[in-house]
Ligand binder design. Structure first.
Ligand code: ATP
Length: 236
């Protein structure tokens, strides 16, 4: 049984089709990339898994049916969503943002301290700016804070929505290498990206979404080698 099993998922916004009848799985320990152009339905897919939008079809996580749950209940099960736009609290400090992310495990004091150390080791810049208000950070630092918050939540599955968006190339590399480290430490990751090149490099498998449907899936290398993917997403 896969950790995440999405079957025949459909989301509509009034008359607009967000996604229609998509199925995908994420095995424990995998990084899976979901790539596609603007408006293909990538964000919608993640929002449905987190229960931020209603949907039809089935979504199972660790054998549990998520479609009956509220968003905070999904988080409490260990599904951590890092949304596009980062989802940090702009008026709170770096430290406050990180502390708030531990609400699902408040009593685990020792573990929280260790994870804070780990976040600061991964992102020394966050430690330097621990007392700075989040909306005064650069875009790259805000993305680091969003990932730091996700780490502090200690999820089993991370849903990452366009973590490379709006970042300078050198920071994109840094963010992707941190995502690899997070994965190596045992967290399962579903990664939504327009940057297909990097996403398929760190993923084990990939799915390609076009206008609300999955048109291709397979091992990341095979997806990256597909002529259609090369032409549309890899600038070949
Ligand atoms: P992006 O990279 O721009 O976020 P995406 O692949 O994540 O693109 P979605 O944001 O999931 O795509 O959008 C899928 C479709 O659903 C698009 O046609 C979009 O216009 C539509 N859509 C998304 N959110 C809403 C909404 N709140 N109301 C109406 N239509 C929406």
């Amino acid at each position: 049984m896969a950790l995440l099993e999405v079957d025949d998922l459909t989301v509509t916004y009034g008359a607009i089709r967000g996604v229609s009848g998509i199925s995908l799985t994420v095995e424990e320990g995998e990084v899976v990339a979901l790539i596609g152009a603007n408006g293909a339905g990538k964000t919608t897919t993640l929002r449905a898994i987190s229960r931020l939008v209603p949907s039809r079809g089935s979504i199972r996580f660790a054998g549990r049916d998520l479609t009956r749950l509220r968003p905070h209940e999904v988080t409490a099960l260990g599904v951590v969503h890092v949304p596009e736009g980062r989802g940090i609290f702009p008026r709170l400090t770096v430290m406050e943002n990180l502390e708030l992310a531990t609400w699902t495990r408040r009593r685990d004091r020792e573990g929280i301290r260790r994870d804070l150390r780990r976040v600061f080791d991964l992102f020394p810049r966050l430690e330097e700016r621990r007392d700075q208000v989040a909306n005064t950070l650069s875009g790259g630092e805000q993305q680091m804070l969003a990932l730091g918050r996700a780490l502090m939540t200690r999820g089993r599955l991370m849903l990452l929505d366009e973590p490379s968006m709006g970042l300078a190339p050198v920071l994109v590399k840094e963010i992707f290498s941190v995502i690899q480290e997070i994965s190596a430490s045992g967290t399962t990751i579903l990664l939504v990206e327009q940057n297909a090149h990097f996403a398929l490099k760190i993923a084990r498998r990939g799915y390609v979404l076009e206008t609300g449907s999955i048109v291709l899936s397979g091992p990341a290398g095979a997806v990256a080698a597909n002529p259609r993917v090369k032409a549309a997403y890899l600038g070949a």
